[in-house]
Ligand binder design. Structure first.
Ligand code: FAD
Length: 404
């Protein structure tokens, strides 16, 4: 602003699509852009395009509640999400971009003995794997979160599971940081370019994509379209084990600093953090029916706010500023898929449910590994598409699929 908005240079180019790329990635969200970045940086694959039907970050990458954590328990998830946390911890140096990674901690509240035992088990699994976890009792939780409703609650708060290294990151900055870093390594980021079909040879192998800006040839095509996964896969004749649902989020007017990190309600669907501007950023459950709508609605708003009021009655007079929705790619076990598809040349990154923001760096690295080497990344080897047929689901109930 001091320069009168003159002399700015583009953070990434606005290239015309080429006729052919070694790898085409569909979807300019966090996962697609991170994949392109790691393809160029780690695997030397630079003839890459990211095709985005709108503008980059217009999907869930720019709509989420920005929570990052690695408090998972099951083999398959635990190493993957901790890899992601480690990549978050050095992201700003890697990208030379301020992504506002803020490790202020997450506390999952528990409200019963059984829930405490489940959290103790989760915390132990985390610690065995070298991940930080602390189980707080009622006295300790009152010290860190004195403003919660302890005494007159339908579901009294008994304690919480704390991961101090969890926190939040600025979602738009993550998109822009990956875009700039990928672009500077030669990746073409092509916005307003919707993929409308696949081009296949006589053997059925995918050799390119039809787009709203013409046909583009590709050695390999990677899908990272989140809530639109079923729609895009259907163009290649695939039916995925994924349903799309709306998840909403809310921001209140700014209030004084109150909430130290992230808090999740254990007896209902509500989680909250506070932005640097002071707004309470919160959300809850997905809508109960399938939809591709990117907008919110009143019944869920009421449900989420009831959850908030149950643990923090003092927010009752805070005004809501904004509410929005994004399309979740809900897999049947709450765990993602990073795998080849039965269609030669087509690769899939999907099923992030409502927790894929925290996975962005590891997902990008693992998908890039798969695309470059044709074999799964060590930490993503269980995220196979055929696990439902094999009965090898990773059903991390209440945590893998927890909304945030
Ligand atoms: P997206 O940003 O959705 O990227 C997919 C892109 O593909 C879109 O930009 C879309 O326009 C594009 N696309 C689709 N079809 C086509 C096509 N045919 N041609 C070209 N492009 C196409 N996760 C967390 O870890 N923590 C949270 O706190 C959290 N909170 C959330 C709150 C809300 C309200 C929502 C909506 C999500 C939340 N999530 C959270 C989930 C997380 O945002 C997603 O799992 C993650 O962003 C999905 O990956 P992505 O960024 O690549 O998706």
């Amino acid at each position: 602003a001091l320069s009168g908005h003159k002399g700015w240079t583009r953070a990434w180019r606005d290239p015309q699509p080429k006729k052919h790329y070694d790898v085409v990635i569909i979807g300019g969200g966090g996962h697609g852009l991170a994949t392109a970045y790691f393809l160029a940086r780690e695997y030397g694959v630079r003839n890459v395009a990211v095709l985005e039907k709108g503008w980059i970050g217009s999907g869930n990458a720019g709509r989420n509640t920005t929570i990052i954590r690695s408090n998972y328990m099951l083999p398959g998830n635990i190493g993957f999400y901790e890899l992601s946390m480690k990549l978050w911890e050095r992201m700003e140096q890697d990208l030379n971009y301020n992504t506002m990674v803020s490790q202020r901690g997450i506390i999952n509240l528990y409200h019963s003995d059984a829930q405490r035992d489940a959290y103790a088990r989760r915390g132990n699994a985390m610690r065995i794997n070298g991940i930080d976890a602390e189980l707080l009792d009622g006295v300790q939780i009152r010290k860190v979160l004195p403003f919660l409703n302890y005494d007159n609650a339908r579901f009294p708060i008994q304690g919480g599971l704390l991961q101090r290294r969890a926190g939040t990151a600025r979602h738009d900055a993550v998109v822009w940081g990956y875009a700039r870093a990928a672009d500077s390594r030669g990746v073409d980021i092509i916005q307003n370019c919707e993929v409308t079909g696949f081009i296949r040879d006589q053997n059925g192998k995918v050799t390119g994509v039809e787009t709203s800006r013409g046909a583009i040839g590709a050695g390999k095509v990677g899908m990272a379209v989140a809530g639109n996964s079923s729609r895009v896969a259907a163009m290649a004749g695939l039916r995925l084990p994924i349903e799309s649902h709306v998840l909403q989020a809310f921001v209140s007017e700014a209030i004084k600093p109150l909430i130290p990190g992230v808090i999740t309600f254990g007896a209902g669907h509500f989680y909250v953090s506070q932005s640097d501007k002071g707004g309470l950023v919160f959300g809850g459950d997905i809508d109960g029916y399938n939809s591709y709508a990117q907008r919110g609605n009143m019944p869920v708003m009421e449900d989420v706010c009831e959850g908030g009021m149950a643990i923090m009655p003092m927010i009752g007079r805070v005004r809501l500023l904004r509410q929005w929705g994004g399309i979740m790619d809900m897999s049947m076990d709450g765990t993602p898929i990073i795998d080849r598809t039965p269609v030669d040349g087509l690769y899939l990154n999907a099923g992030w449910c409502y927790g894929g923001f925290k996975a962005t760096p590891a997902s990008g690295l693992a998908f890039a590994h798969l695309l470059a080497r044709d074999e799964p990344h060590e930490e993503a080897r269980r995220f196979r598409l055929d696990r439902f047929r094999r009965g090898a689901m990773i059903d991390e109930k209440g945590q893998g699929a927890q909304p945030n």
